[in-house]
Structures are given as structure tokens and as C-alpha cells.
Design a protein around this ligand. Structure first.
Ligand code: CA
Length: 504
């Protein structure tokens, strides 16, 4: 009894912000972030899919929280990963709205706080398993070639290990060369008699510099040699799953952070033979089934090691699914709705480009089977983890990150944690959300496939304005009818861009 009063006093004196943080008597929770690639808003059972079966990923929804208004918020791979790692909009960097290539340097700036370095600093062992896609090395460092980028035959640094990860096993990118695994700083299985060597291929079909942005190097790379280091596509998910499970086993005695970034379901869609024909919609669904199997392996490992109770598991996707209007996806023909009710797809600024599945499970903290309509984004994960651990964020870090921990914990103050959200398309169209309103500065989706969008573009106005509460499918352009709201959102977007930050 004599301990009760001081404890109560301490609780009363504790700052409000700390009260919604984790119970201090428990050890720091492990944190796992599983990021799928190109997985659409309608691709999971827990988001309405019926032609694919995703029981393992759905378990995270049944045992945790399902977000319905979560965003990547970029519409392609690299910028979303930068958002997740740094809590900052990628369009503030030299990569702008596009992806990095094998000969691009590390996108994360020297000294910048990352999700990994934050957690490492808080005592976590940090691992990245899977697709990196944030570049390696710096121009001017040993082994760097201004045309051909980092030396894949030597040490690949700076890279994940220089921005906060204790361990890395994964690929530099997906859907572009080289298709190799790297462990820490070295290429796996590299034959010294067949070193990796790139050439710049001048043929037009290899010119992929479509963004016409200033680049450090050309992007028309081809592999002249080194293909013996290439991984087998059909084994990639299995290998990453093995590495992820081994990481969990090895670090079960200490707080760990695992960032597991799968290549499923990005092209080329090549699941292992064991998943062939398991879905109703062909290889698209089979590849989702492989992803779901992998998540199941990770969850099973947590249970076997009795870590499930003290592990916060996130699951999301780096951008919307690919429907590719001009040769509509086989899965869509079969009645599967890749992006659910949303307009557009990957690369575009419509909701289908950036509204993504987002799940969080943390037994005893996040209510099982709960749902949140909170507007959140991948760049918010950093501030959320800092909030969880009560680590202050320096002013010059995570400039666009807002904690959604109150929403996760179902706290009453969890109302409009984020006042606005900026999204961008691959071609550089911006949009801004405020409440239910979304302004798009552009007349279409601003992506690869926008010219084939079955809905008419906003030809009669300079931009597009949608009320997502009434019109989630973005079909009724209210731009001309709401000049005041357009002006307000235009000014807000300009401010967020000019200020270099959105966090106060
Ligand atoms: Ca992607």
C-alpha cells in the first residue's frame, strides 16, 4: 500500500503525452514492419477481396487494427520507402517523385534521422530484409563511378548499415537490374571471375530517363557481366522469409526492429511453383498467396518463440496496385478489384495510386478487430515509434511525420491527428488532402496510365477537387464550383512546400 500513493502522484504529474505511451512496466515491444510492393487497396481478404485468400494477413486485422484511410503517400517504390524511413516527403529530395536506379547514390542524406537509427538509438537491434531501393554509395567515394554508380564488386557503402540498420539482407531494387542479393555490404554469391559490370546501352528501348529530372547518372544500364550472381525469382520470397525468421530467432532476447520489404507483388510476378494455380485469378493471385504465406511464417515464428504478445506488427504497401488500363490486368478480368473502389493505380495521384492497406497488431494495446478512419501515411511511422518510446524528435528530422499512436491505442484525443496530407504522382502532379477534401493540381492522374483512364479528365478546369466522403471514387470534379476551397488548398500546399516541413 505504501507504494501506491507515490505511483499515483507520479501518474498525475506525468505529461499528457506520456500517458498514452506504452505501459512502462513492460519491456520495449519488438517492432516488425512488413511492406508489400504494389499491393492494392482491394488485394486482401480483409479489404474485400474474394478471389484471393489471405488468412495470415487477415489475422493481423482480426487481432489488431485495420486502417481505411492510410497512404503511401507517394505512388511509386522509392519515394514511399524514403517517406517510411525518414518521416519526410521524398519530393523534398533530388529523387523528387521518381525512383532511384542501380547507379544512383544513397538517397538518405548523411546524418539524417531514420526509423532505423531512431530505434537503434533506443536500444533495438535493427534489421532490413528485402527490397532497399534507396541507392548505395556517394559520388566521389572510393569505387564510385560517376556514370555507373557504386562498385557492386566491392563494399556497397553508405547503404542500410550507415543509416541505422545493424543487418541487411536484400536486393537493391526490383524490376530493374541487377537482380542480386546483398548481405550487409557485399553481393551474395559473387563470382570473382564474373564480376558485375554495367554498360550504358544507348538503344532507345533502354532509355528509361522519362522523368527528365536532373540525375547524377544515366539510367539506361545493362549488365555486361556478373549475371551469375543473379537470384532465382521464384525463390526470392522464400529466401527473404528464411532470413526474416532467422533474424527473429537470433534476436529474440533483445528488443528488435525488423523491416521486411517483400518484392511481392511487383513485376516480374514469379511466385514459387508451390503457389502456382492456388488462386482463382492466375499468377497475380498466386503471388499474393506467396506473400500471405510469408506473413504466416513470420507470425508463426513469433508464436513459437513466445514473442507475439510483445511485438507490434505493421503491414502495409508502398503504393497502389497496377491495373494498366491499356492491357487490363488478367486479375481484373476475373472479377478481382485490385484497388477496390478507388480510381487510378500505381504512379497516379488518384486514390488508387496511394491509398493502401495498413494493419497494426499489438496484443493488449491495439484492440482486436478494430478499425480506424484516421488519415495516416507511411511517413507517420517514425513519429509513432518515437511516441511509443518517448524519444523526442529533433527539429531537423522527420519533418512530415505525425504520431498516430493515440489512434492505435484507441484514445479519445485521437481526432484528426494529421491536418493535411500531400500526395504526388510519378510525373509530379501534387494533391493535398484536408479533411474529406482533396485537391489535385493537374487534369488527370499524372501517371503512366492516365491517358487510358476510363473516366474523363478534368478538361474544363485547371485542376480537380473531390469530396472523398461522398465520392471516394473521384468521379465528380467540384473544382469550378468551389473557388474558395480551391484557393485555400492551393495556398496550403504552397506553404507546406515552401516551409520545407509540415510538422510544427
Ligand atoms: Ca511499389
Amino acid at each position: 500500500m505504501k507504494h501506491t500513493l507515490p505511483l499515483l502522484t507520479a501518474l498525475l504529474l506525468a505529461p499528457l503525452a506520456a500517458l498514452h505511451a506504452a505501459d512502462v512496466s513492460k519491456p520495449k515491444p519488438n517492432i516488425i514492419f512488413i511492406l508489400a510492393d504494389d499491393l492494392g487497396y482491394g488485394d486482401l481478404g480483409c479489404y474485400g477481396a474474394t478471389k484471393v485468400k489471405t488468412p495470415n494477413i487477415d489475422r493481423l486485422a482480426h487481432e489488431g487494427m485495420r486502417f481505411t484511410d492510410a497512404h503511401s503517400p507517394a505512388s511509386v517504390c522509392t519515394p514511399s520507402r524514403y517517406n517510411l524511413m525518414t518521416g519526410r516527403y521524398c519530393w523534398r529530395t533530388w529523387a523528387d517523385h521518381g525512383t532511384v536506379w542501380a547507379n544512383d547514390p544513397l538517397l538518405i542524406e548523411h546524418g539524417r534521422l531514420t526509423l532505423a537509427s531512431l530505434l537503434k538509438g533506443a536500444g533495438y537491434f535493427t534489421g532490413c530484409v528485402g527490397k532497399w531501393h534507396l541507392g548505395f554509395g556517394r559520388p566521389g567515394t572510393p569505387g564510385w563511378d560517376d556514370m555507373l554508380g557504386p562498385d557492386f564488386n566491392g563494399e556497397l557503402k553508405p547503404g542500410p548499415l550507415e543509416v541505422g540498420f545493424d543487418y541487411f539482407y536484400g536486393m537493391p531494387g526490383v524490376g530493374q537490374i541487377p537482380n542480386i542479393f546483398i548481405e550487409n555490404r557485399r553481393v551474395v554469391g559473387l563470382d570473382p571471375n564474373d564480376p558485375i559490370r554495367f554498360i550504358n546501352d544507348p538503344r532507345p528501348e533502354y532509355q528509361v530517363n522519362y522523368l527528365q529530372r536532373p540525375r547524377t547518372a544515366p539510367t539506361n544500364l545493362q549488365m555486361a557481366s556478373g549475371k551469375s550472381a543473379n537470384y532465382v525469382f521464384e525463390d526470392a520470397a522464400l529466401r527473404l522469409t528464411e532470413k526474416a525468421v532467422a533474424f527473429i530467432e537470433q534476436h529474440r532476447e533483445e528488443p528488435f526492429f525488423l523491416y521486411l520489404a517483400h518484392r511481392n507483388i511487383h513485376n516480374p510476378k514469379k511466385p514459387n511453383a508451390r503457389f502456382a494455380g492456388t488462386s482463382e485469378i492466375g499468377v497475380y493471385g498466386d503471388f499474393i498467396h506467396e506473400l500471405d504465406w510469408s506473413v504466416g511464417e513470420v507470425l508463426a515464428a513469433l508464436e513459437q518463440l513466445k514473442l507475439a504478445e510483445n511485438t507490434l506488427v505493421f503491414f502495409s504497401s508502398d503504393n497502389g496496385g497496377v491495373k494498366a488500363y491499356e492491357r487490363i490486368n488478367h486479375a481484373e478480368i476475373e472479377g478481382h478489384r485490385i484497388n477496390g473502389p478507388l480510381r487510378g493505380q500505381k504512379t497516379e495521384v488518384y486514390e488508387g495510386g496511394h491509398r493502401v492497406p495498413f494493419l497494426a497488431r499489438w496484443p493488449g494495446h491495439v484492440k482486436a478487430g478494430s478499425e480506424s478512419r484516421q488519415l495516416i501515411a507511411l511517413n507517420d511511422v517514425l513519429a509513432t515509434c518515437a511516441d511509443l518510446l518517448r524519444v523526442p524528435i529533433p527539429r531537423d528530422a522527420a519533418e512530415d511525420s505525425f504520431s498516430f499512436m493515440p489512434a492505435l491505442l484507441g484514445k479519445p484525443e485521437a481526432k484528426d491527428l494529421r491536418q493535411s496530407l500531400v500526395n504526388d504522382s510519378m510525373m509530379g502532379w501534387f494533391s493535398i488532402r484536408e479533411g474529406q477534401w482533396k485537391l489535385i493540381v493537374g487534369q488527370d492522374g499524372g501517371g503512366f496510365y492516365s491517358k487510358q483512364d476510363p473516366l474523363p479528365p478534368a478538361a474544363e478546369s485547371a485542376g480537380q477537387l473531390y469530396n472523398l466522403d461522398d465520392d471516394l471514387g473521384e468521379t465528380k470534379n467540384l473544382y469550378n464550383e468551389n473557388p474558395e476551397r480551391v484557393a485555400r488548398l492551393t495556398a496550403l500546399l504552397a506553404k507546406l512546400r515552401n516551409d520545407g516541413r509540415s510538422r510544427p
